[in-house]
Design a protein. Structure first.
Length: 130
């Protein structure tokens, strides 16, 4: 794959409404760890890694969503520049379905859980306003 000097990850998928009839599960830390393992397996070939953050990591008990930061390890890339990819297909391999893009935040669903993927290197999409 060619490498480029642009920021990694481009947004290509349009918003998909979250099904209203599907009940949302409350997540515990074990769910977040399981999702990170799935994401790592799907994204490691591109030098992208997941890191659990947010309420699941910092608080005890159930949480309404799973927050994960996606980061690139510069040591995995020649000249320190990660490749530009679209990663929807890799997320689907991990069972993650994107519901919307909001700047560097991608909203998704995984096994009935709400997932927020934070990717500060995202190209395109609307700006995140909070």
């Amino acid at each position: 794959m060619p490498f480029t000097k642009t920021m990694p990850f481009t947004k290509t998928q349009t918003q998909v409404p979250m099904p209203q009839e599907t009940p949302v599960k409350m997540a515990v830390i074990q769910d977040g760890i399981a999702l990170c393992q799935e994401l790592r397996n799907a994204l490691v070939m591109h030098g992208i890694y997941p890191a659990l953050t947010g309420g699941l990591l910092y608080r005890t008990g159930e949480r309404k969503d799973i927050d994960i930061v996606l980061y690139s390890n510069r040591q995995d890339h020649p000249n320190g520049m990660p490749e530009t990819i679209t990663f929807e297909a890799q997320l689907l391999k991990a069972g993650v379905t994107i519901t919307s893009h909001n700047g560097f935040v991608t909203k998704a669903m995984w096994n009935g859980f709400i997932v927020d993927l934070f990717n500060p290197q995202t190209i395109g999409g609307s700006e995140y306003t909070g």
